[in-house]
Design a binder for this molecule. Structure first.
Ligand SMILES: [Zn+2]
Length: 309
């Protein structure tokens, strides 16, 4: 069965200003790559806007109100030092979360095996009650709780290989034994959370910080020795990936030295777990990645891996 590609042009219109690393050019680069002939076999779908009901499974009404109230009629407005919103941000944020919702629907109805959601703003720093770190709503969490509410899944696992710790996803998942969150990230980088001692209510949080300068060897060891055993013990019914590509050696915001081959390897490892436990169901959702060449090359190889080509 095919791989689904979900995106929306509105996600480009989330304007963060002229010098912000999390820019619309990131999504343009990703979309351009996936227009290549090699990707003709992808199923393509426009991301719908997530409804209030879907967002409210993760975030309280007060958070929605705060985010939408902050969005200006023109210009830019800061939510915090590096999280900005513009007139298009509300639509972009709803479509980003909605992309994951529609990917869950397509997979659970058996129309596709796996999916890649090319979205922005990213989501993994968004806590239940707090937008931060370029993120407004937690896209992956909205998808996970949609899978539970609509399809009765009892165990959803997320592996977050973005170079930053996904404090938001951990915040939302840590008290819920039906949700599993594992992260590799650069120790000491933003947001300075994600210590191995943070284990969640049922050992359902697994953090593997890597020292600055770490290469693929350390990354792969953490996945094989720590994350995969915990994820297998959890027996996921859906495997999700918070796919940030800012661990790449070229990335300007961090200091890991991962290569495209490491992302391909990790993709295949997650696919193998999904083969074993959940009919190969994998949903990958774009998070960070700020060097446009590294981002495009990584997405190219990552989506090929999902397609099995
Ligand atoms: Zn990141």
């Amino acid at each position: 069965m095919p791989t689904l590609y979900v995106s929306h042009h509105a996600c480009i219109d989330h304007d963060t200003g002229d010098f912000h690393p999390e820019s619309g050019d990131r999504l343009r680069a990703v979309q351009r790559i996936l227009e290549a002939e090699d990707f003709m076999l992808l199923h393509r779908q426009e991301a719908p806007a997530a409804t209030d009901e879907q967002l409210l499974r993760v975030h309280p009404q007060a958070h929605l109100d705060r985010v939408f109230r902050t969005i200006p009629a023109e210009g830019l407005r800061h939510i915090d030092g590096d999280t900005l919103v513009s007139p298009g941000s509300g639509e972009a944020a709803r479509r980003s979360a909605g992309a994951v919702v529609v990917a869950v629907d397509a997979i659970m109805r058996g129309e596709v095996t796996n999916a890649f959601c090319a979205v922005r703003p990213p989501g993994h720093h968004a806590e239940a009650e707090r937008a931060m770190g370029f993120c407004l709503f937690n896209n992956v969490a909205v998808g996970a709780l949609h899978a539970r509410a609509e399809y009765g899944l009892e165990r959803v696992a997320v592996f977050d290989w973005d170079v930053h710790h996904g404090n938001g996803t951990q915040d939302i998942f840590q008290t819920d034994p039906g949700l599993f969150y594992a992260s590799t990230h650069e120790a000491g980088n933003f947001p300075n959370s994600g210590f191995p001692s943070e284990r969640g209510v049922a050992g359902n949080i697994v953090n593997c910080p890597l020292p600055p300068g770490s290469t693929g060897d350390a990354f792969r060891a953490a996945v094989e020795q720590t994350i995969e055993p915990a994820m297998r013990a959890f027996r996921p019914q859906l495997v999700m990936i918070s796919a940030g590509f800012d661990g790449h050696a070229r990335d300007p915001l961090a200091h890991l030295r991962l290569q495209v081959a490491d992302f391909v390897w990790a993709t295949q490892r997650m696919m193998a777990i999904a083969d074993e436990f959940c009919d190969s169901r994998v949903i990958s959702v774009l998070e960070g990645g700020y060097d446009l060449r590294a981002l495009a090359g990584s997405v190219n190889a990552h989506v090929r891996a999902l397609m099995g080509v």
